[in-house]
Design a protein around this ligand. Structure first.
Ligand SMILES: *Cc1c(COP(=O)(O)O)cnc(C)c1O
Length: 362
């Protein structure tokens, strides 16, 4: 926590706004809007997963529809497609940003149009805070007139060509889960420049109650709105967001300066006009064996590290779904490792990690 969260939470207690609405919810939404800019409006929700679920519904995804989803991601990007009875179609990554390959995306669209029907939406992810190739993905999306959902769960604070992640698609989502760059313990947001999308998100997230004096419903709704208590935490966290980004970026620089010259160790570089929040610092090692050696030796020193996300097309639950892949994310998964990346790591912590890796690679 940054320190001021408790004040906002106390306000909620003192005013007795202990509900999924209230001044902190409104305040948190306007804090997010002023941070993201670009005329984006926000709806604060109970999770990023819920935000994706609502985004898909707002874009009209339903039973039998196909949704093109980045394969190299956390399962929460894809699960809501299945909640709706729709079909995920997984798209592999390119090695430049580790995110959705524009080429494979277009191949998949052409192929699905030819053999089934036009996919209903695209879910692209700024994995580990690194912006995907937004211009290229948006050009393809426009060419075929398919809306994009921008999964910005890991990328709050990242920037692409002067615009904040969270403002780069028809609908964007954020997560404030405990492991993200800032947190409300659990929480999320749906963002859009289209006010009608936000009105729909708020309606659906509050049980889809019609405007009537009694309880009346014309649609199936959800209980997905954010608590006013947790939004208080969010307001305090927004005040330290840039500090957190600076801390994460400085972890990355430290690792890169210390390990970047070791044979075979590679880092994901920022492309021109791109600013990553460096949510996690990741390395690519020469082989699965070396990756595991590093991971296990860190573990022996009680230091947690973790392989990169296991691609969705390789997950047991999704193995029978369609995928358009060329081995890129599978290779990243086999050789990549997320190093300790917390915003509160000390220089000594970082030095311990670095010296263990140097001993293995030297
Ligand atoms: C964390 C995360 C989500 C889900 O957010 P929750 O708030 O945990 O539901 C979605 N996509 C990605 C890429 C994530 O990392």
């Amino acid at each position: 926590m940054g320190g001021t969260e408790r004040g906002y939470v106390n306000d909620a207690f003192e005013s007795n706004w202990i509900a999924p609405l209230g001044p902190n919810v409104n305040g948190f939404e306007s804090d997010i809007e002023s941070f993201i800019q670009s005329n984006v409006h926000a709806a604060a929700l109970s999770s990023g997963t819920g935000a994706i679920h609502l985004a898909l519904q707002i874009l009209g995804v339903g039973k039998g529809d196909e949704v093109l989803c980045q394969s190299f991601t956390f399962s929460a990007s894809a699960n809501p497609i299945v909640y709706l009875g729709a079909e995920p179609v997984f798209i592999d990554s390119e090695s430049y940003t580790w995110n959705m390959s524009p080429k494979l995306l277009e191949d998949a669209i052409e192929h699905r149009i030819k053999h089934y029907k036009k996919p209903k939406a695209i879910i692209a992810v700024h994995l580990y805070g690194m912006p995907y190739q937004v211009d290229e993905i948006n050009q393809i999306a426009e060419k075929y007139d398919i809306p994009v959902i921008e999964d910005s769960a890991e990328a709050l604070g990242s920037i692409y060509k002067g615009e904040k992640c969270g403002s780069l698609a028809a609908i964007s989502i954020l997560s404030f889960n405990g492991n993200k760059i800032i947190t409300t313990s659990g929480g999320g947001a749906l963002l859009s420049k289209n006010k009608d999308h936000i009105a729909q998100a708020i309606h659906l997230s509050t049980q889809a109650r019609d405007n009537a004096p009694h309880y009346q419903h014309s649609k199936i709704g959800y209980n997905y709105r954010m608590s006013n208590v947790l939004a208080g935490i969010g307001r305090g966290q927004m005040e330290v967001l840039q500090e957190r980004v600076d801390a994460r970026r400085s972890n990355y620089s430290f690792y890169k300066d210390s390990l970047g010259d070791l044979p075979g160790i590679k880092f994901l570089q920022e492309p021109a006009q791109t600013y990553s929040n460096r949510w996690l610092s990741c390395i690519l090692t020469p082989s699965f064996e070396i990756r595991e050696k590093i991971r296990l030796e860190l573990q022996a020193e009680n230091i947690e590290s973790r392989p990169l996300w296991k691609p969705m097309h390789l997950q047991p639950i999704f193995k029978d779904r369609l995928n358009y892949s060329d081995g890129t994310s599978e290779d990243l998964f086999n050789r990549g490792l997320c190093l300790p990346s917390g915003s509160n790591l000390t220089k000594e912590d970082l030095l311990r990690v670095v010296s263990i890796i140097k001993n293995i690679i030297k």
